[in-house]
Design a protein around this ligand. Structure first.
Ligand code: PA5
Length: 435
């Protein structure tokens, strides 16, 4: 079980305040699982985890095997909820440099269609030069501009390289079962398709084919991931403050009510940055509405202590931290001894790097708590494929419960449409002419 320790928030909020929230948290959890709240037509993610492979999971594993065998590079096209989850899991489990030295058998994985940068596009074109590659187009609506532009370019490249037939075999589409331009295109072109269930929103879709195909191509055991999530479904169904989901959801709302408007979700792992990005979308899009919401920010320590550290320690006291900890890997690094000791580090000789990391963590936490920044600690334990599934489900459930405590619909995102309308008008898209 993921452990949530709230002993470092008591300077800011009190235990009676927290306990007084029991009924509220119970109601929020019940609203979610009974499907009686706003947005209840988007609760399919609650039941995505499975213990045994479905027909679709077997197809995903087969497709991944094919892609691994015949591609140096796998390009995943998608934006927001259609790419952040798989990228987060790959970087956390395999490290931010996971692509180095890879090729056929264990392909490199690049992400496209998550922005409009020409530099990024040019870089991708360079990376694909002389390489065998396959693509997955991920879009629930099938109409999102950024992935649609990347799809057009990459399809053309595939067809030029492999011909129509060859390109077809290297193109996979993950989209709504019936609706949207991508579904139509896939049917017309004869691409293999996987389904995003209609009742699963983008930011809650990582345990659907959206996450599973890229993760399987990355060599991650997707059934282990699913089993971790499946167990989480039972483990975190507990209706009491012994449930870490309750502690996290209640505590962050209580801190918000006490003026802590920014949550800094952080870890001491460099591979964590994209998980931070996924979490940011999950909580930001779910909670930031109706003039409410905790601003979700992320940081990677100790790196960001040398950039954000000053602000955290002495800036406006409107921040709380959620510190995610993982067990160190079995293979440790021991700091060596140096005869000259010019760097003065011999006092650490014989100590492991994770020993130093632990002290940095404890020292930093004490400093921040003293400085008026409460810290929620989330201890994930050993990091592996199974635990990754558990963590995804744990955070999704926490988000649903937390948003209902906040009093918003966790499953819509009306604010995201505003920029699109303006952009389409400026681009001259038919139907978006200036009124
Ligand atoms: O959470 C969401 O719904 C969004 O972030 C979407 O995932 C994102 O906008 C991409 O949409 P689509 O999958 O329809 O291309």
């Amino acid at each position: 079980m993921i452990k949530v320790d709230i002993s470092n928030v008591w300077g800011q909020v009190s235990l009676p305040d927290l306990l007084a929230m029991e009924k509220e948290v119970f109601a929020a959890h019940q609203t979610l699982t009974e499907g009686s709240g706003a947005g209840n037509d988007f609760l399919g993610w609650l039941d995505l985890p499975v213990n045994e492979p479905t027909e679709e999971i077997l197809r995903i594993e087969k497709a991944a095997k094919q892609i691994r065998a015949d591609s140096d590079v796998f390009v995943v096209i998608g934006i927001g909820g259609s790419y952040l989850g798989p990228r987060a899991a790959i970087e956390l489990l395999q490290g931010p440099n996971h692509n180095i030295g890879k090729g056929k058998g264990d392909p490199q994985i690049f992400f496209a269609g998550n922005g409009l940068s020409t530099r990024h596009w040019n870089e991708l074109m360079g990376l694909l030069e002389g390489k065998d590659f396959s693509i997955a187009i991920i879009s629930k609506s099938g109409t999102t501009t950024e992935p649609a532009i990347a799809t057009r370019g990459l399809r053309w490249l595939l067809e030029r390289k492999y011909g129509t037939d060859g390109a077809r075999k290297r193109t996979y589409a993950i989209t709504d079962p019936a609706k949207g331009a991508l579904r139509q295109m896939a049917a017309q072109e004869g691409w293999e398709t996987f389904t995003i269930p209609p009742d699963v929103g983008g930011r809650f879709s990582v345990l659907s084919p959206v996450g599973l195909l890229p993760l399987a191509v990355a060599g991650i055991d997707i059934m282990e991931l699913m089993r971790g999530a499946y167990e989480a479904k039972t483990t975190y169904d507990l209706r009491s403050f012994e449930n870490p989901v309750w502690l996290y959801a209640a505590c962050r709302n209580l801190l918000y009510r006490h003026g802590k408007k920014i949550e800094l979700f952080e870890s001491y792992e460099p591979g964590f940055r994209m998980l931070g990005g996924w979490w940011q979308q999950l909580f930001g899009e779910s909670e930031g509405k109706d003039g409410k919401g905790i601003f979700p920010a992320t940081a990677e320590l100790t790196a960001d202590l040398h950039s954000l550290g000053q602000m955290i320690q002495e800036g406006e006291r409107n921040i709380f931290e959620t510190m995610v900890r993982f067990d160190p890997p079995a293979q440790r690094y021991t700091i060596g001894s140096d005869l000259q000791n010019l760097d003065g580090l011999n006092y650490l000789a014989g100590k492991t790097l994770d020993f130093v990391d632990e002290k940095a963590y404890l020292g930093t936490m004490a400093a921040h708590v003293d400085g008026g920044v409460p810290v929620i600690c989330m201890d994930v334990g050993e990091l592996n494929d199974r635990k990754m599934g558990e963590l995804f489900y744990f955070l999704e459930l926490s988000c649903g419960v937390s948003a209902y405590i906040l009093g918003v619909n966790p499953f819509n995102q009306p604010g995201v449409e505003m920029y699109k309308r303006n952009m389409f008008r400026l681009l001259g898209k038919p139907g978006y002419e200036a009124k």
